[in-house]
Design a protein around this ligand. Structure first.
Ligand code: FEO
Ligand code: CA
Ligand code: CA
Ligand code: CA
Length: 638
């Protein structure tokens, strides 16, 4: 059912001391535009290599950051881009991915079988990255298929339910890998068939590595070894590693599981409940019945590493980086050559995490870094009211993470990352979504998408990092880690509080220098240093209340130096904008349109699947990738 689990993601009842208790109200909204007072003197200059752009990325001269004409707010059922730009659609849900000898055509009536779906582009595209095979001319485009709308996926929706429908839903989840190439006319098209084409689904065998591999909490009747899981689930944001792999993150995995009527405290902390989120997989796939298989949920919620250039590679769950409703995984290189991976958990009052590898990254691509993400230290962030912060280590035997409290070993810590972070007193955030690193300064930026419950009865109060009680609009926070060692201290402020400057409710106005937006989710610095912001207002909230004037979900570009924000693209009706990557020369950008035409209930009516949108091809709405080019062939954003 609903992707927007906003009424369900309320699993953190812990009573961490809120930093609000020591905050100075005058500092709650930190000045935008350059790091404000307290932080400036503490920031180190950009360290070479502190970028996720990849080893062979061209270097761009800083020029006028934003050179395009702003796109107005819109509620039209189309993709709008600025004058001088063109967009085209590829990789629609159901398109054959290009498996040699297995390219079933899309059925506009949703009549494809589960087996056909497993050879087609998955549903509800999310995080994405372009891996060059031949620079900007040819590459592997890898993107997540976060979840399914089963009202749209099957010809009669969920009116009947069967093993075949569960199998099709499972096959529409996961990750899609396609080869794309620039044509003579400059357009980018899928290459089919291709030896790089691949689908990884919620049934693909996936290895477990790191401290939780083989642990008793990871063992099931079907996998007594605790090392081999079937599939990856609810893959949300994603990120490349500097050694050429793709990290996909498992977000709202818990809602696929049927839980007991009376969940225990640990199960409640992860949001497990009877019937889960209504996917009904457990009715035909017993592994999704946590009453019968209580350890199966422990095997999801991980960061999964995939080699995009080796279609035979078994995906690997990297458990050293912790378990959570992970939104993404953003890898940077520390000054000493070790890597830091930043992750948020998108749920109300959950945490921001960092993993620092034990070992240095080695030259030689994935072959030389196969176990880099299996050894290191996981941290949760505490944001202090004075603009400083600490990374708190999640390490068994330290900081109160004792056997008596259920942390007998590191496996127990990473499997129960939320409970460990509660004990350490990490800061409960307003739904952390994407994290991205500024290639100029090394600062990390993170979207906090919204939280309407802060300050509500029994819920944590506002604090310096999460300064709005009824935060319908969302924020973007940023920080800079210290350079030495694992970088355990940091300084932070807000880049922007999103909002509508004309709103009558003071708290909803925000402080945007430029075009209005709400509910930032996707966030990505391109190699030129332009910050791209993608929005995800939920379909039920769009166009009403505080969001009345903001139109459809959109993508904006920001100049991180000046704070200027300009709307670059508006999506069709009922969609979320997500996923973003470019070719290395920045002449082509790829973004994803997720769930165009989503109904307010977030499940389509199978008798009227096109009621809210016919994007992109006039029939049943289909999530898809949009390719954006500048008509003069220039750099996107100029
Ligand atoms: Fe999958 Fe938090 O968005
Ligand atoms: Ca998201
Ligand atoms: Ca979101
Ligand atoms: Ca969505």
């Amino acid at each position: 059912m609903a992707k927007d689990f906003s009424t369900m993601e309320n699993s953190n009842p812990s009573s961490n001391p809120s930093i609000h208790e020591v905050s100075d109200p005058a500092r709650r909204i930190v000045v935008r535009g350059g790091l404000a007072g307290v932080a400036t003197g503490l920031l180190a200059p950009l360290v070479a290599g502190c970028t996720t752009a990849g080893p062979s990325a061209p270097v761009f001269e800083p020029g006028p950051q934003l050179g395009f004409k702003s796109v107005p707010v819109s509620t039209a059922d189309i993709v709008t881009v600025p004058p001088g730009y063109a967009s085209a659609v590829i990789c629609k849900w159901g398109d054959p991915v290009g498996l040699p000898g297995n390219m079933p055509a899309f059925s506009p009536a949703a009549a494809n079988t589960a087996a056909e779906q497993a050879a087609q582009v998955g549903m509800h595209h999310d995080g994405m990255h372009y891996f060059p095979l031949d620079g900007s001319r040819r590459g592997v485009l890898v993107f997540n298929n976060e979840y399914t709308d089963d009202g749209l996926l099957h010809a009669d929706g969920m009116k009947t339910w069967s093993a075949e429908k569960v199998a099709k839903s499972i096959a529409a989840h996961g990750v899609t890998l396609v080869e794309v190439a620039r044509q003579a006319d400059g357009n980018i098209e899928m290459v089919r068939p291709s030896k790089f084409a691949r689908r990884i689904t919620a049934a693909t065998p996936t290895t477990v590595a790191g401290p939780a591999a083989g642990h008793p909490l990871m063992r099931t009747a079907a996998d007594p070894s605790g090392t081999m899981v079937l599939g990856t689930l609810n893959n949300c944001a994603a990120g490349p590693t500097p050694w050429g792999t793709y990290l996909t993150s498992e977000e709202n995995f818990i809602f696929y599981f049927n839980g007991p009527d009376q969940p225990d405290a640990d199960q409640r902390r992860w949001g497990l409940r009877a019937k889960g989120g209504g996917y009904r997989w457990h009715e035909f796939e017993p592994r999704f019945d946590a009453v019968r298989n209580p350890n199966e949920p422990n095997r999801f919620g991980w960061i999964v590493e995939i080699d995009p250039t080796d279609p035979t590679m078994t995906p690997i769950k990297r458990t050293a980086m912790g378990r959570g409703a992970h939104e993404g995984a953003t890898t940077t290189v520390r000054p000493d050559g070790r890597v830091a991976v930043y992750m948020g958990e998108d749920a109300r009052f959950e945490y921001i995490y960092k993993f620092v590898s034990r070992d240095r990254m080695q030259p030689g691509g994935y072959a030389a870094n196969r176990t880099l993400l299996d050894h290191g230290t996981l941290y949760a962030a505490r944001f202090n009211a004075d603009g400083t912060g600490q990374w708190l280590p999640l390490k068994a035997g330290t900081g109160g993470l004792t056997p008596e409290r259920g942390f007998a070993d590191q496996a127990s810590v990473v499997i129960r990352s939320r409970q460990a972070s509660d004990l350490l007193g990490a800061t409960k955030m307003d739904r952390p979504e994407w994290i991205t690193a500024d290639p100029r300064t090394g600062e990390l930026y993170c979207t906090l998408t919204n939280n309407s419950e802060r300050g509500a009865q029994g819920r944590p109060a506002v604090d310096a990092a999460n300064p709005r009680a009824n935060n319908t609009m969302g924020n973007i926070i940023r920080w800079k880690d210290a350079d030495e060692g694992d970088g355990l201290s940091f300084t932070w402020n807000h880049f922007v509080l999103a909002g509508d400057s004309t709103n009558t409710r003071a708290e909803a106005r925000g402080n945007i220098k430029g075009d209005s937006f709400a509910c930032p989710d996707g966030l990505w610095f391109d190699a030129r240093g332009t910050l791209w912001i993608q929005t995800d207002m939920s379909t039920g909230a769009m166009g009403k209340g505080d969001l009345a004037n903001i139109g459809n979900n959109a993508m904006l570009a920001a100049d991180a130096r000046t704070g200027e924000v300009r709307r670059f693209l508006v999506g069709p009706t009922g969609c979320e904008i997500t996923g973003i990557t470019t070719t290395p020369d920045l002449s082509t950008m790829f973004i994803n349109i997720q769930h165009p035409g989503e109904s307010p209930s977030e499940r389509a009516d199978p008798d009227a699947p096109s009621r809210y949108s016919r994007w992109p091809d006039g029939g049943r709405p289909r999530s898809a990738t949009v390719v954006i080019r500048k008509l003069d062939g220039g750099v996107i954003g100029t």
